[in-house]
Design a protein around this ligand. Sequence first.
Ligand SMILES: Cc1ncc(COP(=O)(O)O)c(C=O)c1O
Length: 434
Amino acid sequence: MISKKTNAALNEIRSRVIAKGNVSATDRYISHGKGAILVDVEGNEYIDFAGGIAVMNVGHSHPKVVKAIQEQAEKFTHTCFMVMPYESPVRLAEKLCDAVPGDSAKSVMFVNSGVEAVENAVKIARYYTQKQGIIAFESAFHGRTLMGMTLTSKVKPYKHGMGPFAPEVYRMPFAYCYRCPFGSEYPSCDLKCADHLEEFFVNHISAEQTAAIIVEPVQGEGGFIAPPKEYFKRLKALCEKNNILMIADEIQTGMGRTGYMFGMDYYGVEADITTVAKSLAAGMPLSAVVGKKEIMDSVHPSGIGGTYSGNPLACEAALAVFDIFETENLLEKAEKLGETLRVKLEGYMERYEVIGEVRGVGPMIAIELVSDRKTKVPAADKARELVKYAFDRGLILLACGTYGNVIRFLMPLVITDEELEKGMTIVGDGLATL
Ligand SMILES: Cc1ncc(COP(=O)(O)O)c(C=O)c1O
């Protein structure tokens, strides 16, 4: 155990022993955190607008989460749910069945990472439908395993040089209105991007061979792309007409990020299968596949599972997260946070030409930076400059987007007004320098 090391000393060791491809956005090593604040090993403080990439919606080291993990660690840390089951995954599954949008009876399986949930959602969809084809979207991100990176759209850095990819995955344009792939404008387009699914069956794969479409309600890594409100209803109706399942990848949108418990609550759509991870267990590695019971229960015994599936520490942490949402009215807070952020960012957009669009749902909000509002040329260099400007002043910001020119806001939902104000002032000052 290393103690009292400086950031520079840790970077030196790291350069020798951590694989180069496993990068970090910053070169500071965190000692501890609380709410929306992180402190590094040298005592420097940071306001966290990244939340460990949408994982810390309830904030760092929430006392209820800490207590839940500590108490469970004293009892047992692992038995394997497939060998000797225990209560927490059962109670957590009840919560998830209740919380995931839609009235259908549901059941749940647990795994460890987001992409593992995606893998299992695909397995289950294929098993249930006895079909193979999966349709994913342009600018989608679904993870880094073989199936995850196959479903993911952006080539560099996620897929480049790492093929061949998994078979039977097809890609369709998304409802990216700011850069409409059909060159149309909303609403006069009448959502031809959703209707394109039927055209897709002519030129790419037949409906009879398509098991599922997988879609993020608001694309995360792709640039916080939120389709128009009616888009998912249209898409779901087409799926139903063609006997295709809809998998909602709520790994980034879920657990209150959009001001709704799940992104599909905003869109008023019940997916057939939903993947949940990230903020589910406040940083403990836990993910879930939540689906209509008939679909989930179709798989034969041991067709799904895993050694750490439903780890007891992670499940107790997730139960604490649900408790925090209820007792601290976190969804209300999230909604308010979303409104404050939108007003602030739209104000910045009036002042700074570099912002081409403010978009998102609730506090899952982002700004897309462009070098010219007419041509919309993506300004990835400006996004990098802004991230650096903020970091030099103690604010952790994250860029995203297919072109790397989107700044996304993923602060813990429990951030205080003062921390938010301080962070947003740095963002505003940074925009003024670009
Ligand atoms: C929508 C979505 N799906 C899947 C994943 C993969 O999750 P993990 O990194 O936990 O495997 C991510 C991660 O960013 C994500 O945002």
